[in-house]
Design a protein around this ligand. Structure first.
Ligand code: ATP
Ligand code: MG
Length: 636
């Protein structure tokens, strides 16, 4: 029971309530995630095998942290109790997506797959949607919007066929046509998109009682972190996995639902007691993360929302400093302020990794990055998804194409680096009309096949890192990028990083290692970053900051229209989601918050006057101190 020391009464109760459904509700920083880790230890201490415990987190990074946290706790506990027991397999900690994928892979045959399906990430899906759009005569449909719309439907458990049957207006009918084509592409490529990873697993468990019971027996205790942001199919998957003992523990904060736009349903957490009728509810009210001032400011902001339940969040931490507000002249001035302030913090003894700069929209990072580049301060942008970089996708597509991957993979690499395979040739190649390709063109195509065959052979024999090295040189990507420009040097560096990453899987048998490596690449999400331990300032969107904490938080771009962000089809609930985002941003801070806005911001090349964010006036006066940027004189 050593590990219960230092926990407050409510936390203890949550940790000790191991049987039956449990919902832990709490504001930010009240120790929800910490409770999950300790509860897992408690369950194992009570005699459950570690591998029978499941914990679901929001990102791969969170899963990684939870896994190491739990194994550390287990090791400490073993030390205390003198090696009373041995750990066989660790608890199963994963994201919803990789949980779905595990279930699908374990029953690939039953699901009718001849080989393990490949995964379409967002970029792949977007490409497929664009192709579908080309095949129809629909106009005025933006691919991203269409994909978002389809994805939301899928995350509600609706299929393309269901949708086709109920589509009413012309817009829905157009979407329906695109969606059916998109599903056809997925089927032809034996591929699943992110929503399918959950949806297909759900259908399997609904349709097959035997399979369902086998998982219910396997995982006897289930935990879900950030339950407020689960969508319908994720909640359904959880429900299907929960066995008759109903050992489910969900933790969350209604005020931190920030993925409504992607299909998250607050109803899942609000209706927890309905789904699990004997549920016990525990509220955590003490925040351990932030100063009193920060909590007061966060409470001020969230209190303005109407669709919420009042709750208590207080802290015994120090009063702390007031939030500071900087009124910048423009985005350059704002960025200069941020970098200058961080420099001062570093001079006062802070380390770069203690600082994070948060913004509402990705484009804001550019201006800030520019200033960081001029300084000596190490920084890292979280969310330029490593695996979405072109060179990384090219290299991985070579491996997948060699192993008989999707048409998208082949299309990607056929002429990359350029080898004289043009569009027409490619179309014939993809359509299986290779026989028509003769002469010089035929030779080029046959060379490509030889290359892919060599890669396939290497894949069977070499560990992942050696394989990736082989691919990078033999494909010609390296030679192409060796040209002496800065950008390409960076790309080469990224490819080298890919080799290092692959090396993590070298200890496994080649095929298994490769499979896991490709899987981790496909499942990486926006919050997952590579060089995790780097001592650098983090730059990220507010969405990506969920669940994290930093001593010093900068929140930039507090302007109407930017934060709160103006969405096209705005309604009251979107406005509330923006305020919840602001609550998330503020509650990431442990010691001090720096707010800023630009009086003029350049958008699409023109400088516009802005209005300060309403969130600034939500925070009561004494909690904020202000400063105004020098007005740079522009002569134009
Ligand atoms: P969020 O809503 O942002 O996800 P959370 O409720 O999951 O927050 P945690 O991240 O688990 O909160 O905890 C916040 C911080 O408080 C962590 O640094 C954690 O170690 C610390 N903490 C939690 N409980 C205690 C405690 N009883 N004593 C000391 N520190 C604690
Ligand atoms: Mg948490």
């Amino acid at each position: 029971m050593q590990h219960l020391h230092g926990m407050n009464q409510a936390q203890r109760e949550a940790i000790l309530t191991t049987e039956g459904p449990l919902l832990v509700l709490a504001g930010a920083g009240a120790g929800k995630t910490r409770v999950i880790a300790h509860r897992v230890l408690q369950i194992i201490n009570r005699g459950c095998k570690p591998e029978q415990v499941l914990a679901i987190t929001f990102t791969n990074k969170a899963a990684f942290e939870m896994r190491s946290r739990i194994s550390k706790l287990l090791a400490e506990d073993r030390g205390v109790r003198g090696g009373a027991y041995e750990v066989s397999a660790p608890p199963f900690v994963s994201t919803f997506h990789s949980l779905g994928l595990t279930i699908i892979k374990e029953h690939a045959r039953l699901l009718g797959y001849k080989r393990a399906p490949s995964i379409y990430d967002r970029a792949d899906s977007l490409r497929a949607i664009k192709e579908a759009l080309k095949k129809t005569d629909t106009q005025n449909i933006e691919p991203r919007a269409a994909l978002g719309y389809i994805s939301r439907q899928k995350s509600d458990g609706i299929t393309a066929e269901d949708f086709a049957a109920t589509a009413e207006n012309p817009h829905e009918r157009s979407i329906s046509v695109i969606w059916l084509l998109y599903e056809q592409t997925l089927r032809q490529s034996t591929a699943l998109d992110f929503d399918d990873l959950i949806g297909v697993a759900v259908r399997l468990l609904v349709d097959n009682q035997e399979v369902r019971l086998s998982y219910q027996r396997r995982w006897r205790y289930i935990h879900v972190d950030e339950y407020q942001d689960t969508n319908s199919t994720q909640a359904q998957l959880t429900e299907l996995l929960v066995g008759p003992q109903q050992n489910i523990c969900a933790v969350g904060d209604i005020d931190q639902t920030i993925y409504g736009w992607r299909g998250a349903r607050i109803a899942n957490i609000l209706g927890f007691e309905k789904t699990y009728s004997s549920a016990k509810i525990i509220l955590l009210e003490e925040n351990y993360r932030s100063t009193k001032t920060i909590i007061a400011a966060a409470n001020d902001v969230i209190a303005k929302n109407i669709f919420r339940r009042e709750k208590i969040l207080y802290t015994n931490n120090a009063e702390g400093e007031a939030l500071s507000l900087y009124q910048a002249f423009d985005e350059t001035d704002e960025a200069t302020f941020i970098v200058r302030t961080i420099k001062e913090l570093l001079e006062d003894g802070a380390s770069p990794r203690q600082c994070a700069v948060l913004y509402r929209a990705n484009f804001q990072s550019r201006a800030i990055e520019e200033r960081f580049l001029d300084s000596e301060i190490p920084y890292q942008v979280v969310g330029t998804r490593f695996f979405e970089r072109k060179e990384i996708k090219d290299a991985l597509s070579y491996v997948r194409a060699a192993l008989g991957g999707t048409m998208a993979d082949l299309a990607r690499i056929a002429n990359m680096p350029p080898r004289g395979i043009g569009k027409v040739t490619l179309i014939k190649l993809l359509a299986g009309r290779e026989k028509e390709l003769t002469g010089a063109v035929g030779q080029k195509v046959s060379n490509l096949h030889t290359l892919l065959a060599r890669i396939a052979k290497a894949a069977a024999e070499l560990p992942p890192s050696k394989l990736m090295r082989f691919v990078i040189t033999e494909s010609g990507l390296e030679a192409l990028l060796k040209k002496d420009t800065i950008e390409e040097g960076e790309r080469l560096e990224n490819l080298r990083e890919l080799v290092s990453l692959a090396a993590r899987y070298d200890a496994l048998p080649p095929q298994e290692g490769l499979e896991l490596f490709l899987e981790s690449a496909a499942l990486a999400s926006d919050q997952d970053e590579l060089k995790d331990d780097a001592d650098a300032v983090r730059l990220m969107t507010v969405h990506a900051s969920k669940g994290l904490e930093f001593p010093y938080i900068f929140i930039a771009g507090l302007e109407e229209g930017l934060f709160p962000y103006d969405r096209e089809e705005d309604d009251a609930s979107d406005k509330e989601e923006e305020r919840r985002l602001m609550y998330v941003a503020l509650t990431r801070a442990q010691r001090k918050i720096y707010l800023s806005y630009a009086s003029y911001r350049t958008i699409y090349g023109s400088k516009n006057a802005t209005i300060p964010s309403q969130f600034l006036s939500d925070i009561s006066e004494p909690l904020i101190t202000g400063e105004t940027g020098e007005k740079t004189v522009y002569l134009d």
